[in-house]
Design a binder for this molecule. Structure first.
Ligand code: SF4
Ligand code: SF4
Length: 79
């Protein structure tokens, strides 16, 4: 079973540079088409299911705006 994860993006720090969008292996990040943050940028957001929790996005983000959470199954946690 592929690993699962989720991300929380702190929009107020995002500058819409798209580095995370380009770096995400499964391509589940995109810039919001509707919303603008206080700085006037379209912030990054999850646009599809399939985040693996790999952490690449948080490494490339120059603003440290992304937190990654990895979902660990109960079986894996006790193994
Ligand atoms: S943790 Fe990995 S899979 Fe999930 S959004 Fe970030 S780069 Fe994409
Ligand atoms: S890399 Fe960071 S600053 Fe750039 S779009 Fe993604 S979340 Fe926003």
């Amino acid at each position: 079973m592929p690993a699962k994860g989720r991300v929380e993006i702190n929009e107020k720090y995002c500058k819409g540079c798209e580095l995370c969008v380009e770096a995400c292996p499964p391509g589940v990040l995109g810039l919001s088409k509707q919303r603008l943050n206080a700085k006037g940028y379209h912030p990054a957001e999850l646009i599809a299911a399939g985040c693996t929790g790999c952490g690449v996005c948080t490494v490339v983000c120059p603003e440290a705006a992304i937190e990654v959470f990895r979902v660990v199954s109960a079986r894996a946690a006790t193994a």
